[in-house]
Design a protein around this ligand. Structure first.
Ligand code: CDP
Ligand code: CDP
Length: 223
């Protein structure tokens, strides 16, 4: 039987992580873990409780009361928090524009790291996020760092919004993405950074299938 690998995919917002991670997980019958959804779920609950998101103790206390579950289905991943389906609501602008504050706290990151490692104990996992190759799965056999220009990434989100019929302002999206990039890469604990042994792919001018092909060629090498 072929060895079951751990595959870490990191990079900034809209670099294409979750799209390619899902395809690769399906091809290899691996589980897909979207770690950003876990930070989003916590942010949603903390906003609901109306606490100060800069207060580390309070945010960590909210997390200690949350059971976050990720369920893969044929229509994508379902995110459940204490038995509430939060799959859609955690993508709201309010959550998106506050999640990087919640993700800065060391107590939050320590707890998330524990929970995320538990998902990966058996291997056979594709996990995407910001610190997977550097902190969560430092021994992953395959580490990928996806990037793309901020214009291209804002454009991707803009197109997604338009397709869903949501109002969308390209310049505002660009600003929000740049702000989040800055907070995520400049935080003290586990910042967004390419792991030394990760391969970097600039997806700005690549199709989704081009990116998948590059990663799968690399996986074949590693196998
Ligand atoms: O989908 P998108 O790339 O916009 O974001 P996401 O993957 O859902 O992650 C949302 C936020 O969670 C990021 O901007 C980070 O602040 C935080 N995050 C993190 O700190 N570490 C991770 N491993 C994953 C997400
Ligand atoms: O997970 P992450 O935030 O890194 O990005 P995503 O949600 O997977 O991708 C953002 C959007 O860009 C999706 O609508 C993808 O279909 C699109 N995309 C693309 O057009 N070209 C790529 N090479 C990758 C993603």
């Amino acid at each position: 039987m072929k060895k079951k690998l751990s595959i870490a995919i990191d990079g900034p917002a809209a670099a294409g992580k979750s799209t390619v991670a899902k395809i690769i997980a399906e091809h290899y019958s691996y589980i897909y873990i979207d770690t950003g959804a876990m930070y989003r779920a916590l942010t949603y609950k903390a906003l609901q409780e109306d606490i100060d998101l800069h207060d580390e103790e309070k945010v960590a206390n909210v997390l200690s009361r949350l059971n976050i579950e990720l369920h893969p289905t044929v229509d994508g991943q379902i995110v459940m928090v204490n038995d509430e389906n939060v799959t859609e609501i955690i993508r709201s602008n309010e959550v998106t524009n506050n999640v990087s504050i919640v993700a800065m706290h060391s107590q939050v990151r320590e707890e998330m790291l524990k929970r995320q490692r538990q998902f990966a104990t058996e291997g056979g996992v594709v996990m995407d996020g910001r610190d997977i190759g550097t902190h969560v799965l430092p021994d992953a056999e395959v580490k990928i760092f996806l990037k793309a220009s901020v214009e291209e990434r804002a454009n991707r989100r803009h197109q997604e919004n338009q397709k869903k019929g949501y109002s969308s302002d390209f310049e505002q999206l660009k600003q929000e993405i740049a702000n989040r990039d800055k907070l995520d890469s400049e935080r003290e604990i586990a910042p967004l950074k390419k792991a030394e042994d990760a391969i970097e792919i600039d997806t700005t001018a690549l199709s989704i299938l081009d990116v998948v092909k590059k990663i799968e060629d690399y996986i074949v090498e590693r196998l």
